[in-house]
Design a binder for this molecule. Structure first.
Ligand code: HEC
Length: 180
């Protein structure tokens, strides 16, 4: 093979390469898709700016509805069903005996702790009364609300469950406490 022949072959390859490149450019030109300047699927009411509801907030930061308001739409019957989770350890009726946990007759506004049960130090020394607020906080997460309590119960995470069971607890009395 002399150098002229090699030159021809190189020239051939170049031409083929050029044609291929040219063709691909041509198809690009022919089929170029016009990109819209704005997306056409904008949905009313949705914008790019994050709104407060988009922001992830931890459970603690969410402002809770006061228990007194939740009690207004709670149900004693539903609360009795929720109470099945408690009844292994608690007796609800008047004069009921302590089980694993203390009897719960007249519990609303009762002093926290006392001599009627072998309470943990945490509960004995807590002070105050079982107001609706205290019950709501305690039943949501007993161990977190009252560190050291011996009530082995994970808690009622749903506020409606808590409201229903608290309204049920309120009914465990001959003279139910006012909701205030
Ligand atoms: C595994 C057993 C167990 C379960 C389940 C349980 N508790 Fe308790 N509960 C206890 C014990 C034990 C105590 C005493 C805690 C202490 O001394 O720290 C207690 C204490 C309480 C008190 C305070 C009583 C008082 O006399 O001061 C309330 C109110 C209460 N529980 C409500 C409930 C409710 C409502 C449920 C169901 C949603 C429930 N508990 C589920 C064992 C239990």
């Amino acid at each position: 093979m002399d150098s002229l022949e090699i030159n021809k072959i190189v020239a051939c390859i170049l031409v083929v390469a050029l044609v291929v490149i040219g063709l691909s450019n041509l198809t690009e030109i022919l089929y170029e898709v016009e990109k819209p300047e704005v997306a056409h699927y904008i949905i009313e009411g949705i914008d790019d700016e994050p709104t407060t509801t988009d922001t992830v907030v931890s459970e603690e930061e969410v402002e809770e509805i006061p228990i007194q308001i939740l009690l207004a739409s709670a149900s004693v019957d539903k609360g009795a069903k929720v109470f099945k989770k408690c009844s292994n350890c608690h007796v609800p009726n008047e004069g009921g005996a302590n089980k694993i946990g203390p009897a719960l007759w007249n519990i609303v506004n009762k002093d926290i702790g006392g001599a009627d049960f072998a309470y943990s130090n945490a509960m004995s020394s807590y002070g105050g009364k079982w107001s609706y607020n205290e019950l709501n906080g305690f039943l949501k997460n007993p161990k977190k609300y009252m560190e050291g309590t011996k009530m082995s119960f994970a808690g009622l995470k749903k506020e409606t469950d808590r409201a229903n069971v608290i309204l049920y607890l309120r009914s465990l009395s001959n003279n139910p406490a006012p909701i205030e």
